[in-house]
Design a protein around this ligand. Structure first.
Ligand code: ARG
Length: 389
C-alpha cells in the first residue's frame, strides 16, 4: 500500500541525498562485483543502539568474504578511503566488522532547516493520487465512549491527515453504532425505569444511567443453570427487533435519543479537532439490508440454512447475515457499507480502523466482499491493541 511518502530531494543547495551516497565510489573501488553494490548499500541501516552512532553499515562482512579477507580490515580500509565530507562526524568499526556512523549535528540541522522552510516539509506529493475511505471512530453512541473508540478516532484522523497531505483524496466516514442492541437496552430502560425529571434536565446522563441500570438488571437475571434464558435480555432484544422492524413508537424514541447521544460524542470530537466527512452509521444502511441479502443469495455468495441466511467461511465456519427471526447482523451492515462506498466514491482502498479483536470479522468480511465482486478495491483492517487494566 502506498501510504508512505516518497522522499523528495531537499530544496535549495542542500544536497543531502547525493552526499549520503559517499560510500558508493569507495565501495565500487573495493568490490569486485558491481552487481552487488545495491545490496551493499541496502545494508546501511539505522543504528540498533544509538550509543554507537546514527547508522550502521553491515556490508563489510559479505564483502570480506568475496575478497577472502578479514571483515574488520575491509571495514577499516573503507573508512580510510572516505573522502572528506560535511555529513559524517565520526566512524568506528565494531565487533565482527560493523561500521558505525555518527552524523554531524550541523548537517542534521541544515536538513531540518531545509525541511522546515519547505511548505511540504521535503515530502513529494503522491505521483498517482488515490481515493481512500477511512472508517474510523465508530462509537456505539448509546453507551459511554470507551478508550478503544478514542484510539480509533486518533489513529484514523492521523491517517486521514497524512494521506490528504500526500495528495490523496480521503473520505473520512464515522461508522456510528447507532442501531444496535444498546438502543434496545435504552428503549427497555426508558419504558420501565425512566426518571422523568432527570431526563428533562439532563437527558444524556439519564440515558447513560438507564443503560447501566438495564445492564445490571440483565446481569442479575442471568442464570445459566436455569436454562430458561434471561427475561430482561429477551425483553430488550425484543425492543431492538421492533426498532429495526420500524415500530412507530420505538423509531420515534430512537429519533429522540439520537441528538443527546450525538452531542455527547460531538463534544469529544470538538475537543480533539476531529471532523468527519460523513457519519453514516449502522442505521443509515438499514433500508439496504434486505436487497443486500437478496443479492448475496442470487450470486451464490450466501445460502439458506434452516430459516437463517449464512455465508460459509471455509469448511466449518459460517457468518450469519440474517438470523432466523429475520434480524440482520453487523456483517450484513458492513457488506452494505462496502457496496455503498464503492458505488458512491469508487475508492482504491478502504481502511477500517478498529481494534484487533475484530480481526476475524474483517478477515471474513473482506473474503465475502471479494466473492461478491469487490475485488477491485483494497480492503484493509488497520488493527490496534486494547488498553488493559
Ligand atoms: N461500532 C463498532 C464497535 O464498536 C465499530 C465500527 C467499526 N466499523 C465498521 N465498519 N465495522 O465495535
Amino acid at each position: 500500500m502506498a501510504w508512505r511518502a516518497e522522499r523528495r530531494k531537499p530544496p535549495g543547495d542542500c544536497a543531502g541525498i547525493t552526499r549520503r551516497r559517499t560510500p558508493l565510489p569507495v565501495l565500487a573501488a573495493i568490490s569486485p562485483d558491481p552487481s552487488k553494490l545495491a545490496d551493499y548499500l541496502a545494508m546501511i541501516k539505522s543504528a540498533q543502539n544509538p550509543e554507537h552512532g546514527d547508522y550502521q553499515a553491515n556490508f563489510a562482512m559479505p564483502l570480506a568474504k568475496t575478497l577472502k579477507r578479514k571483515p574488520p580490515e575491509v571495514a577499516a580500509e573503507i573508512l580510510q578511503q572516505l573522502p572528506p565530507n560535511d555529513v559524517i562526524e565520526t566512524t568506528s568499526v565494531a565487533g565482527p566488522g560493523f561500521i558505525n556512523i555518527r552524523l554531524k549535528n550541523s548537517w542534521l540541522a541544515q536538513q531540518v532547516h531545509a525541511m522546515a522552510g519547505d511548505e511540504r516539509l521535503g515530502i513529494a506529493p503522491a505521483a498517482t493520487p488515490k481515493t481512500y475511505v477511512i472508517d474510523y471512530s465508530g462509537p456505539n453512541v448509546a453507551k459511554p465512549l470507551h478508550v478503544g473508540h478514542l484510539r480509533s478516532t486518533i489513529i484514523g484522523e492521523a491517517l486521514c491527515r497524512l494521506l490528504r497531505f500526500l495528495g490523496h483524496k480521503v473520505v473520512g466516514d464515522n461508522h456510528l453504532g447507532d442501531w444496535g442492541t444498546q438502543f434496545g437496552m435504552l428503549l427497555y430502560g426508558y419504558k420501565n425505569f425512566l426518571d422523568e425529571a432527570a431526563y428533562k434536565t439532563d437527558p444524556v446522563r439519564e440515558l447513560a444511567r438507564l443503560y447501566r441500570h438495564v445492564r445490571e438488571v440483565a446481569k442479575a437475571n442471568d442464570d445459566d443453570e436455569a436454562e430458561k434464558g434471561n427475561p430482561v435480555a429477551d425483553a430488550y432484544r425484543g425492543e431492538t427487533v421492533k426498532l429495526h422492524a420500524g415500530d412507530a413508537e420505538n423509531v420515534a424514541l430512537w429519533k429522540q435519543f439520537m441528538p443527546p447521544c450525538m452531542e455527547e460524542v460531538n463534544a469529544i470530537y470538538r475537543r480533539l479537532e476531529v471532523k468527519f466527512d460523513h457519519l453514516h452509521g449502522e442505521s443509515f444502511y438499514n433500508p439496504m439490508l434486505a436487497d443486500v441479502v437478496k443479492d448475496l443469495l442470487e450470486k451464490g455468495v450466501a445460502e439458506k440454512s434452516e430459516a437463517a441466511v449464512i455465508i460459509r467461511e471455509g469448511k466449518d465456519k459460517v457468518s450469519l447475515i440474517q438470523k432466523r427471526d429475520g434480524a440482520y447482523t453487523y456483517t450484513t451492515t458492513d457488506l452494505a457499507t462496502i457496496k455503498y462506498r464503492v458505488d458512491t466514491w469508487k475508492p482504491d482502498a478502504m481502511l477500517f480502523v478498529v481494534d484487533f479483536r475484530q480481526g476475524d470479522h474483517f478477515k471474513n468480511l473482506f473474503a465475502a466482499a471479494k466473492r461478491w465482486g469487490y475485488q477491485g478495491v483494497e480492503l484493509a483492517h488497520v488493527s490496534f491493541g486494547s488498553v488493559l487494566g
